[in-house]
Every structure is written in C-alpha cells, then in structure tokens.
Design a protein. Structure first.
Length: 258
C-alpha cells in the first residue's frame, strides 16, 4: 500500500539555511497490516506522513500510496486514504453528526449513504452520548474521535494517522485501538506515527524507528529487537537512538537520574 524510496524533505530556514527533516528514507507498508512509525518529537514523523498524504512535496525521492504516485497523482492518493493530523480544525458550532455528514457528502456519498455511515461511525467510536452536542464543547478525547471519524467516513483502503492517541484518556484511546485492529481484520491498512512504545508494541505488525530524519530499524518487533539484542521495544528504541546520537546508554541513564 505504501512504497517509499529515498524520500527526503528539506526546508529552507532564513537563519539556519537548509534543514533536513527527512533524509532519504526507504520503507514499505503491506496491504492489510498495521505499521507504526516510532520516534521522538522532531524525528520527522509528521513530515513523512504529510508527504505521503500529498500535503508536502518531497524534495527528493519517490513514494507510491495505494498504487498512485504522490507527485503525479495527488488527487487519486487523497481519494484512497483517510488522513488524520494533529492540527485538523473542525467546526465548533456544528455537532459531530453534522461534521460527519458534511464530510461524507464531500466525499461523494449520497444523503442516505452519508446518514447511514454517520450512524455507523458514531457507534464504532462510542459517540452516541455526544453526537448532538456542539463540537466546540467536547473534551479532547471526544474531539479526537470525531476527527478520526471524519477521516474514515468514506471507508478508505488506507488510513494514515499522525499520533492518533496523543493526549487522550484511556477510554478514548481504547476506542481508537479497537478501530485500528478492526481495520486489519477487514483487510485494510493502517500506517500511524506514535511516540508511545507500548502502543506500538501491542498494535503493530511491523514498525520503523525514525530518528533525526533517518530510519534506524524496520521490521517486526522481533526483528527490531534482534538488531540490538534488546529484551523489549523500549530498550531497543533507546539503543537505536543513542547509537545514532553517539550517546552511551549509561550516560543517558545517568542524565535521567540527575
């Protein structure tokens, strides 16, 4: 579902000059799997996802998403994916039902299809108790459920989610985890970024560790652990980023204890 080859993004900064956010990364995401992109803040996760969603144009390299080239076929890419990013702004004065129906119609669903799909999404994400309240009055977790519902209202083959559970309460995060697993059971594909290692450990079929714009490891959990000899993902993650940064694990542990 995703094939990225030497994908690169360089931003021009007036003070610092060229800033390499993503540096020649190559990876693939298979149909029907849950693939996690792990990294700290500033690792390049959001930039990567935005290039794949055609919101940013790569500086170098290529990528195909759902069989379409992100440079030459952006419209087909957008039609094939559901994309969630942290700065999605919805309409405070609309209810979740109105938001979902509006986006369903934008994606070309008929009025009856939009109504049916809205009710389905509401049940799936546990929105029934706040479906008729104004979006601006909802909690952070409730807003996130509406945002994800909006992103998948057209039943896309591929979901691309940027830190979908960041800052959420356990109930809201559980709804999202259940949805991600349900997508895999239906043969659909989920590609999401996160810095929650336990979340990745429990959900992902395969994952990649991104640090300072480059991929440090990619594969199943077992394969990533094998690259470092670590016992768990947390240990492997810090070994990978420490090696990349030239930090000795004992130095990092000592700094954390100060």
């Amino acid at each position: 579902m995703i094939e990225a080859q030497n994908l690169t993004k360089v931003f021009e900064d007036g003070k610092r000059g060229p800033v390499v956010a993503v540096d020649h990364i190559t990876f693939s995401v298979r149909k029907g799997e849950i693939f996690g992109l792990l990294g700290t803040n500033g690792a390049g996760k959001t930039t990567t996802l935005r290039m794949l969603a055609t919101l940013l144009t790569p500086t170098e390299g290529t990528a195909e998403v759902a069989g379409f080239d992100v440079r030459r076929q952006p419209r087909q890419v957008r039609e094939s994916i559901g994309f969630l990013t942290g700065d999605t702004k919805l309409y405070d004065r609309l209810t979740p039902r109105e938001v979902l129906t509006y986006y369903a119609r934008l994606y070309g669903l008929s009025r009856s299809e939009a109504a049916g799909r809205t009710e389905e999404i509401a049940r799936l994400f546990g929105m029934d108790s706040f479906l008729t309240r104004k979006y601006g009055k909802l909690s952070t977790g409730q807003k996130q459920r509406v945002s994800i519902g909006r992103a998948v209202i057209h039943h896309p083959r591929l979901m691309i989610f940027d830190e979908p559970t960041a800052g959420l309460d356990p109930i809201s995060a559980r709804h999202i985890h259940q949805f991600i697993r349900a997508c895999r059971e239906e043969g659909r594909t989920v590609f999401f970024s996160t810095h929650y290692l336990r979340e990745a450990e429990h959900l992902c079929d395969r994952l990649a560790v991104l640090h300072e714009g480059t991929i440090r490891a990619v594969g199943t959990l077992e394969e990533v652990l094998a690259t470092t000899g670590a016992a768990d993902l947390e240990e492997a993650f810090f070994a990978l980023i420490d090696n990349a940064s030239g930090v000795h694990p004992e130095d990092r542990a000592a700094s954390a204890g100060e």
